[in-house]
Ligand binder design. Structure first.
Ligand SMILES: *Cc1c(COP(=O)(O)O)cnc(C)c1O
Length: 421
């Protein structure tokens, strides 16, 4: 069926389901497949069997709304409590820790920022204009959150060794500082920040410390199990008050699920919003959103139960093998290299000699879907279990494109790193 003109009116008559779905096929015909092995942007695929479990669990609860969990859907309350308990166990939280499921990393970060702000009203009463100190590489969700809750952000401008600049963060601490952030790892480089160093500053200055484990929360624990070097990043580090970890990334749940975990349940008081100002009685939530899809919560629980620690560990082992093969292949060629020694599954490819914008464009033309890095110029690849075995064809295409760029047969038409939702 040919693609029709964009609809600009709300038609009087509906269409039958067959026509409707044919129309949807046409509309979606230009979409990329999320699970294409050549998609190195964001395909958190853990196996067809895992995807089937995720879909089934999602579908079973897609009609259920967690805001009515206590009154209508005790299953959702139980799934959420058990996902939180499993994640607290995985991230080595002490007795008395707490947490909840949000709709994504951005909401987990928003609620962490809001919790830190209200915690500071009691614990940092001198901070009249509360401020967050961010490493250069922290996710823009922190700036978004700060705007929403009326806080200021001080973002560092350097990343020595591609990690947070702890000395500069310390120098930036002032009377208004209430919160420090480290990422395990940050999205741009995949290299874990010196969490212990940042947390020590938080302890020394009485600040809230958040670890952004959105992308690494479900990876790093299993890397450590495999004997790979992982710097301390979880609740074992004294001074870490909260951790975000995305279920819908390497937790492999359906989209719309992340965790915000707190070392101390008592701090939930600073996260919770309650009001009985309207005619319908008490309204009280830990989330920014109100209604929450039960499918996202149920699928998180189902995948964690289905895979167990062993299932996650196996998939992390596959990611490690793919990363290693790519790094070794690039090192043998010599013109391109993986930036630093990323613990994460998000790795950057850079070059001392080649124009990386041109390399990225060449790789795009060969059908790969890759992310971009702006500082330094590079490619950002997100390696998942889907990419086991792709290294041979990826390296061959990279070498071919590198030849074209090195010989001057290809030059950049000039695209930049852009993320537009
Ligand atoms: C993905 C990501 C986020 C934001 O998560 P969303 O689910 O896209 O809102 C925050 N921090 C890091 C490190 C991430 O990788």
């Amino acid at each position: 069926m040919a693609q029709e003109e964009t609809n600009r009116v709300f038609a009087e008559q509906g269409r039958d389901a067959r026509t409707l779905f044919a129309e949807m096929d046409a509309i979606a015909s230009a979409d990329q497949r999320w699970d294409d092995p050549r998609n190195l942007k964001a395909s958190y695929w853990a196996g067809d069997d895992v995807v089937a479990v995720m879909h089934e669990a999602y579908a079973r609860h897609v009609d259920d709304n967690a805001i009515y969990g206590a009154s209508l859907f005790p299953s959702l309350v139980r799934y959420e409590a058990e996902v939180v308990a499993m994640a607290l166990d995985m991230l080595e939280a002490p007795e008395g820790a707490a947490g909840g499921i949000t709709t994504g990393g951005t909401e987990s970060i928003l609620m962490a920022v809001r919790t830190a702000r209200d915690w500071a009203r009691i614990h940092r009463p001198g901070a009249a204009h509360p401020e967050i100190i961010l490493p250069e590489t922290a996710h823009p969700a922190f700036e978004k959150a700060a705007q929403v809750v009326g806080m200021a952000v001080v973002r560092m401008t350097r990343s020595p060794d591609w990690r947070a600049d702890v000395a500069a963060m310390e120098a930036a601490i002032g009377a208004n500082t209430v919160m420090l952030v480290g990422s395990a790892p940050p999205y741009p480089y995949g290299i874990v920040d010196p969490i212990a160093g940042i947390a020590a500053l938080a302890v020394a200055h009485g600040l809230w410390m958040h670890v952004d484990g959105c992308i690494g929360g479900f990876l790093l624990p299993f890397l450590a199990d495999l004997g790979e070097p992982v710097p301390p990043f979880d609740f074992r580090v004294p001074g870490v008050d909260s951790i975000s970890a995305d279920l819908h990334k390497f937790g492999y749940s359906g989209r719309g699920a992340s965790l915000l975990l707190l070392r101390e349940r008592a701090n939930e008081d600073f996260q919770r919003f309650s009001s009985d100002a309207w005619p319908s009685g008490t309204y009280s939530t830990l989330n920014f959103g109100g209604s929450r899809n039960g499918g996202a919560i149920a699928s998180s629980w189902a995948v964690m139960r289905y895979l167990g620690r062993a299932g996650y560990r196996e998939r992390v082992a596959a990611i490690v093998a793919t990363k290693r093969a790519i790094a070794e292949g690039l090192a043998a060629d010599g013109r391109l290299a993986v930036l630093g020694r990323p613990e994460g599954a998000n790795i950057c490819i850079v070059s001392d000699t080649l124009d990386m914008v041109a390399v990225a464009e060449g790789l795009d033309e060969k059908g790969w879907l890759t992310g971009r890095l702006q500082r330094p110029a590079g490619l950002l690849l997100l390696i998942t279990p889907r990419h086991a075995g792709i290294e041979g064809s990826l390296l061959a295409d990279l070498r071919a494109v590198a030849d074209e760029v090195a010989s001057g047969r290809r030059s950049a038409r000039g695209s930049q790193a852009v993320y537009v939702g």
